[in-house]
Design a protein around this ligand. Structure first.
Ligand code: FES
Length: 204
């Protein structure tokens, strides 16, 4: 064989020359370090991809290409898998090289059927012209709170029966984190007789 080829011949069979680099874009060390610090000892099984993408989105308000590559390396998944999942959900803002990241705060307004019937598009028009610079208004599909339509989500904080005033107030007061409803924990529930009937049933 006069020319060096990309493959080598061994006992008449072609063997692939090992790759000098892993497939896809190369990991950038700063992004890799950031992801290691952000994920800490978080689970890295494939099942936890969405959770880990949420961590990145919440920390940086977007997911850069460099973060996708670093996450792929850390979770031992392909870059394509991470990219496909991240771009499937409207909640994740995947920003490719050369693109401008979104502003720090996003207001998502559901425009699916129930919210639309309850005035979502009028609300979107008001918010697009009425909110301060640096706040993005994004139309999104159903966010699962149809009984409280129309719904807007300021950062991560859902505003039920939203109108321009309630959304503007949440933005102005930086109320971007949801308030967890009061609930009874498992231990207290059991102490108050919770699951007693269930326990009786399985003892029979
Ligand atoms: S249609 Fe808006 S929350 Fe479901």
């Amino acid at each position: 064989m006069s020319k060096q080829s990309a493959s080598v011949m061994t006992e008449g069979r072609k063997l692939k020359r090992p790759r000098a680099f892993s497939k896809g874009r190369q990991v950038e060390q700063p992004a890799f370090t950031e992801m290691q610090a952000l994920l800490g000892d978080a689970p890295l099984d494939t099942d936890f991809l969405i959770e880990n993408l949420h961590k990145i989105q919440d920390a940086y308000q977007h997911i850069s290409s460099a973060h996708v590559v670093a996450l792929a390396r850390i979770m031992k998944m392909s870059q394509a898998e991470i990219y496909e999942v991240a771009t499937f959900y409207h909640h994740f803002d995947v920003v490719k090289e050369g693109e401008t990241p979104p502003p720090p705060l996003t207001v998502r307004v559901c425009e699916s059927l129930t919210c639309e019937m309850k005035g979502a598009h009028g609300l979107i028009d008001l918010l697009e012209t009425g909110l301060a610079d640096g706040v993005r208004v994004q139309k999104v599909p159903c966010v699962g709170r149809c009984d409280k339509a129309p719904v807007a989500i300021v950062g991560m904080n859902p505003i039920d029966h939203a109108d321009s005033s309630s959304v503007a107030a949440a933005v102005a007061e930086n109320n971007i984190v949801p308030i967890a409803p009061e609930c009874v924990d498992y231990v207290a529930y059991q102490a108050a007789g919770g699951y007693a009937t269930y326990q009786q049933c399985i003892k029979r």
